[in-house]
Ligand binder design. Structure first.
Ligand code: SME
Length: 156
């Protein structure tokens, strides 16, 4: 197991503990962003949730600089992950057509959908890095696991 994987294993357990017995969704999501940020402070420049509300993505709990508050379906990396219902790993944000630049420091990112019970997207997890190519299939696998646990336990 790589260092990265072992850090994610610890993070997955920590997120499970944060979810356990809690019903206040926003409080849990806020703590999950803090746990994510703390797990990889040197890589995760911005980490947060965008929630599907009234047909758009709205900024939810996050760690990092001020970010855009509304994203339409199909727009930017977040809106595309929502529209296509899949994880997107973007090694260089400048190569992604329509990328929404909330901060010029962000160079690469990963966006993971959080599905509700019926299979619709209820939220996305957005993680940005100041480094190019910061994310790979290991990040995708573990962030998808965290997204699944959140949707299951919080009935998103
Ligand atoms: N990068 C996102 C916008 C949100 S900020 O990065 C926090 C996108 O293109 O969807």
């Amino acid at each position: 197991m790589t260092t990265k994987e072992s850090r994610y294993e610890t993070l997955v357990a920590q997120v499970a503990a944060l979810i356990e017995g809690e019903t206040c969704r926003m409080s849990v999501l806020a703590n999950v962003t803090a746990a994510l940020h703390d797990a990889f402070p040197e890589i995760f420049f911005w980490v947060g949730f965008y929630m599907v509300e009234d047909g758009e993505l709205r900024l939810g709990p996050f760690q990092g600089p001020v970010a855009c508050m509304h994203i339409a379906c199909g727009k930017g990396v977040c809106g595309t992950a929502w529209a296509e219902k899949r994880t997107l790993v973007v090694p260089d944000v400048e190569d992604f057509p329509g990328h929404i630049a909330c901060s010029s420091l962000s160079r690469s990112e990963i966006v993971v959908p959080v599905f509700g019970r019926g299979g619709s997207v209820k939220a996305v997890i957005d993680v940005d890095s100041c480094s190019l190519g910061a994310f790979d299939e290991v990040d995708a696998r573990y962030l998808e696991k965290i997204a699944k646990n959140l949707s299951k336990e919080l009935a998103l």
